[in-house]
Write a protein that binds this ligand. Structure first.
Ligand code: ZN
Length: 473
């Protein structure tokens, strides 16, 4: 005994539609097989030969399948006789069908669609392009995103070559450059930040099974990146002129100021958000303030801790924005100051090392008072030693409240800003510091923004936004 299967009329229609499409796809596949047959060696091909033949022809198949599906599912738009003007409501008659080829990751897709033009509004439209959500230009969004994905890891020339090998699509290095910069235009910390929900999820994962709220670390620091001045831009793309100008500019190293929020999970770091730009400390403060005001970072489910070196601008913003956060002076920066003192004060390297170790241990135990007293009592052996001792004393005294390393350790707070330094490295240095690469400031910031988006897990979101902006325009 079985129950009779009840199928609604729309279902029957849908199934019939699908059967018809399937038939068309089979036909397309057959035509593709003819092509494969023609290109395969006559007998006993090696695996490499089979693989190469299919690899070469694969986009004909996949692009063709996409085209057939589109033709089938958008039949109405392809033979639409008229359209009402969106602005003046006049009825527009279809003009002759125009073909257009676009490039996607699965190959070329050709669309045939009527054109509509309103003489009153002087505006033309292709309704099919709108319902397919096509990008202006030949290269579609999936290709743009994949190209930018590669170009944010490799120099443009290499990215273009590798992209060609892997995707079978040709995107010149200039085009890659343009696509990447367009996608990154006007990005702010806002655009690259994960959503509050996403951040809450990461926190909940770290918090699971712990009795203390997890530590959310905010590291702030600068990283030097190689820039070239605006004046280095050639006025016109003339080789001779550009070469002549090239000799005139001097490169400069500028500080990309950045911050990174990350969670501590035992010995591991769980990344939350990075934002690095060649910017003033004021811009950095503003970005932090925006995040704070928008409530992107939760306050009640974490214990916030800020870590940095002795730079005054860092603590100015921290004091203003996060006065209740646990503030930590990077322990390893302290140790650099102590090494300078030891080197200037003691001629015997062993003696110097012993002094540094003993002093660091005191700091580690939270005895900054002892260390300050010890520095005060030191009899400088030279002018240089006097200067180093003074510097060290002022540094430790200024940041005294940020050196309670014993308490920090007990609270599970970090002592060093390793998490921030690695952010500097993988966001700023890996892509920007390459031999012979000198960046215009605007390009360097666009690259930095994209790389931040990538590590923040918002790269895809950037492209959706880019597409929306383009459609709106
Ligand atoms: Zn109109």
């Amino acid at each position: 005994m079985g129950c009779a299967e009840v199928i609604s009329l729309p279902e029957v229609r849908a199934r019939k539609q699908w059967e018809a499409l399937r038939q068309q796809l089979h036909e397309r596949f057959d035509r593709w097989l003819d092509e494969v047959e023609a290109q395969l060696p006559a007998s006993a091909p090696t695996l490499a030969q089979v693989s190469e033949t299919i690899w070469t022809l694969r986009q004909q198949l996949t692009g063709g399948v996409a085209q057939t599906i589109i033709e089938h599912t958008h039949q109405e738009e392809q033979c639409r006789p008229s359209l009402q003007c969106a602005t003046c409501a006049h009825l527009l008659r279809a003009r002759p069908v125009v073909s257009r080829t676009v490039e996607t990751l699965i190959g070329e897709v050709e669309v045939h669609r009527p054109y509509f033009y309103c003489r009153h509004c002087h505006r033309g439209r292709y309704p099919l392009d709108e319902s397919l959500d096509l990008c202006a230009g030949r290269i579609q969004l999936d290709v743009q995103q994949a190209a930018a994905d590669l170009a944010t890891e490799l120099p443009y020339d290499t990215a273009s070559t590798v992209f060609g090998h892997l995707s079978g699509l040709t995107v010149s290095s200039e085009r890659m450059h343009t696509l990447t910069n367009q996608a990154a235009e006007g990005l702010s910390v806002w655009d690259v930040a994960p959503s509050r929900d996403e951040i809450d999820q990461r926190i909940a994962q770290v918090a699971a099974g712990r009795w203390r709220r997890p530590v959310l670390v905010l590291g702030i620091d600068g990283a030097y990146v190689p820039l070239r001045p605006e004046s280095a831009r050639g006025r016109r793309p003339g080789q001779a002129r550009q070469r002549a100008r090239r000799a005139q500019w001097r490169h400069e190293w500028r500080e990309a100021k950045g911050f990174r929020f990350y969670l501590l999970n035992g010995d591991r770091i769980v990344h939350v958000l990075s934002w690095h730009q060649v910017q003033t400390e004021g811009d950095l403060g503003e970005a932090l303030q925006q995040l704070k005001e928008a409530g992107v970072m939760p306050a009640d489910t974490v214990r916030l801790c800020v870590i940095g070196d002795g730079a005054e601008w860092i603590w100015k913003h921290v004091q203003a924005l996060f006065p209740h956060a646990c503030q930590v002076l990077d322990y390893y920066h302290c140790s650099e100051y102590l090494h300078k003192v030891a080197k200037a004060q003691y001629s015997d390297p062993l003696h110097a090392l012993e002094w540094v170790e003993a002093t660091l241990t005191r700091l580690y135990m939270g005895k900054v008072g002892w260390v300050l007293g010890g520095l005060r009592r030191m009899q400088p052996t030279s002018e240089e030693a006097l200067k180093a001792i003074d510097n060290c004393w002022v540094y430790l005294n200024d940041h005294r409240g940020r050196t309670h390393y014993r308490t920090f350790r007990r609270g599970g707070y970090p002592l060093g800003s390793g998490g921030m330094e690695s952010s500097n490295k993988f966001i700023c240095h890996v892509r920007l510091k390459r031999s012979g690469a000198w960046w215009y400031e605007v390009n360097s910031n666009q690259m930095l923004a994209l790389r931040c988006a990538k590590y923040n897990g918002t790269f895809h979101q950037i492209f959706t936004r880019h597409q929306r902006q383009k459609s709106a325009a």
